[in-house]
Design a protein around this ligand. Structure first.
Ligand code: CU1
Length: 130
């Protein structure tokens, strides 16, 4: 059976606990659960998880910065965003997003990243579609 969900943890060290997320395109729905194991609040060490083509990643993060904290540092109606979670920080422990993976191409160049200002330098990884 296909694995149709994954959990990624984020930390006060400005990191995710994985560098690769594998998405099985045969899943009807795919769920990404983002946890925050740190003690710092959202305005200091907020994290989200956004998926886009790798080529669009930097532009989405830059545009997100100008949106400010109340909009979770993300322009959510940007059509280049494939999926995104809310931004969380302590005391929130987790959030999740469920989306249809059939919009992704097998072998396509996708990434996941955090749009909190400055975090993309460390908080990014590859999305592998199989
Ligand atoms: Cu972050």
């Amino acid at each position: 059976m296909a694995e149709c969900s994954v959990t990624v943890d984020s930390t006060d060290q400005m990191s995710y606990n994985t560098k690769v997320i594998t998405i099985d395109r045969s899943c009807k729905e795919f769920t990404i659960r983002l946890t925050h194991s740190g003690m710092l609040p959202k305005n200091v060490m907020g994290h989200n998880l956004v998926i886009s083509k790798t080529a669009d990643m930097q532009a989405i993060a830059t545009e997100g910065m100008s949106q400010g904290l109340d909009k979770d540092y993300l322009k959510t109606d940007d059509v280049r965003i494939i999926a995104y979670t809310a931004m969380i920080g302590a005391p929130e422990k987790e959030t999740s997003v469920t989306f249809d993976p059939s919009t992704l191409e097998v072998g396509g160049d996708y990434s996941f990243f955090c749009t909190f200002p400055g975090h993309i330098a460390m908080m990014k990884g590859k999305v592998v579609v199989k």
